[in-house]
Write a protein that binds this ligand. Structure first.
Ligand code: NDP
Ligand code: MG
Length: 394
């Protein structure tokens, strides 16, 4: 069987590197033809030298010379704002892995779909902000959109156990992050270092903070609604601190099908690249030993501790541009927390304020989405820069 050609958009990040680890394990099944990133030229050059793609891209113009000087003539280069889009639409790829963080994932995802490529999607912001547009475009173009996010990969796998009409609800599991049991009056004093120490998963900084506030699980409710065409009341969340059950589907007969596996993103990435095929575990693939799992526990999330969950449900139910604002406000608020400009509980409070101020645009175009994204960022930046002139947000 000829190997599947893949391009990775955001190859230098946590998911990008895990994707290359999957390539290393299945060298006869996967071939890297395109790599693109934002600005980490050193790591990109190493990857280009190892995987020898046909096309490589970097957004940051100032790194172009370094990239050209360190890679051979066999690899073509694209630089600047459109670099991710150019690599995402490079015709030689069959599947494009979207592994960038943030709103920057939307345009490359659409470009990959428009070019007729299958998409393996890690970038959750794409589904949250432009999920309806992206899902419709993938259907029209007849390409598959495989989730990489572990919960959605789990749901996708569990859904194979029955018919769509037989699904009663899905149950997303959440680790609860590092502050699940911290006394509520200590939340104000949480430092970025404490919030960045995730108990079970090793991920990029934004998603790690979002896991600590559970905004990440809120985003995942929206992602699931878009991917699987579900309403908010068909999606439940339970806290499962061991992170071994990655999510579950409850069918109408009362059966619940769960997916378990090691806490390692190479597993859902491999499933996204090969599904519905399941190649045998390659050397080095982590295998869960059920006799060593110990106790598995499940509990409902505390809404006072995790207000972000209700905010995300509200944004999903309001629809239109509300999830765009949720995502953008959270991204800027998380950055402000990491810089020491906001306290931990202020992340959710800030997002709530911005949602309150937003006039939702229903059935938004991509331009409406980009405008709502810019608007929310400006509002949060203004609040963070002027904390004493905006009551309620500080
Ligand atoms: P990282 O922060 O580790 O990596 C981010 C990648 O995006 C890097 O390649 C980075 O490039 C690039 N990037 C950063 N900023 C920009 C920008 N403004 N424009 C274009 N590219 C940019 O993130 P993760 O790998 O953890 O996450 C990637 C996506 O996958 C996120 O959407 C996240 O929510 C999702 N996800 C991640 C999981 C995980 O386990 N890590 C699990 C489930 C979902 P450079 O290095 O050059 O700066
Ligand atoms: Mg997840």
């Amino acid at each position: 069987m000829a190997p599947t050609s893949i391009s990775i958009i955001g190859s230098t990040g946590s998911i990008g590197r895990s994707t290359l680890a999957v390539v290393d394990r299945y060298p006869e099944r996967l071939r890297v033809v395109g790599l693109a990133t934002h600005q980490n030229v050193e790591r990109l050059v190493e990857q280009v030298q190892t995987y020898r793609p046909e096309m490589v891209g970097i957004c940051d113009d100032s790194r172009a010379g370094q990239l050209r000087a360190s890679t051979s003539d066999e690899t073509s280069h694209v630089v600047g704002e459109s670099a991710l889009i150019d690599v995402a639409s490079f015709p030689d790829a069959e599947t494009v892995v979207i592994a960038v963080v943030g709103f920057a994932g939307v345009r490359p995802t659409l470009a990959a779909i428009d070019a007729g490529h299958n998409v393996a999607l890690a970038n959750k912001e794409t589904l949250i902000t432009a999920g309806e547009i992206v899902m419709a475009r993938a259907r029209q173009r007849g390409v598959s959109l495989a989730p990489i996010d572990s919960e959605h990969s789990a749901i996708w796998q569990c859904l194979r156990a029955g018919e769509r009409g037989e699904v009663r609800r899905i149950i997303l599991t959440a680790s609860g992050g590092p502050f699940r049991t911290l006394p509520l009056d200590q939340l104000d004093d949480i430092t970025p270092e404490q919030a960045l120490a995730h108990p079970t998963w090793n991920m990029g900084s934004r998603i790690t903070i979002d896991s600590a506030t559970m905004m990440n699980k809120g985003f995942e409710i929206i992602e699931a609604a878009r991917l699987f065409d579900l309403e908010s009341d068909q999606i439940d969340v339970v806290i499962h601190p061991q992170s071994l059950v990655h999510s579950m589907v409850e069918f109408r007969d009362g059966s619940i099908i769960a997916q378990l596996g090691a806490t390692d993103m190479t597993l859902p990435i491999a499933y996204a690249l090969f599904a519905p095929d399941r190649p045998p575990a390659a050397e080095g693939m982590p295998i869960l030993d059920v006799t060593q799992m110990g106790q598995l526990t499940f509990e409902p999330p505390d809404p006072d501790r995790f207000p972000a969950l209700a905010l995300a449900r509200r944004a999903l139910e309001d629809g239109g541009t509300a999830p765009v604002v949720l995502n953008a406000a959270d991204e800027v608020a998380v950055a402000a927390f990491l810089d020491g400009r906001l306290r931990f509980p202020e992340i959710a409070r800030t997002v709530a304020e911005v949602l309150d101020q937003h006039t939702v645009v229903k059935q938004p175009t991509l331009e409406d989405i980009e405008a709502a994204d810019r608007w929310a960022r400006e509002i949060v930046n203004h609040h963070v820069a002027n904390p004493y002139t905006n009551s309620g947000v500080t």
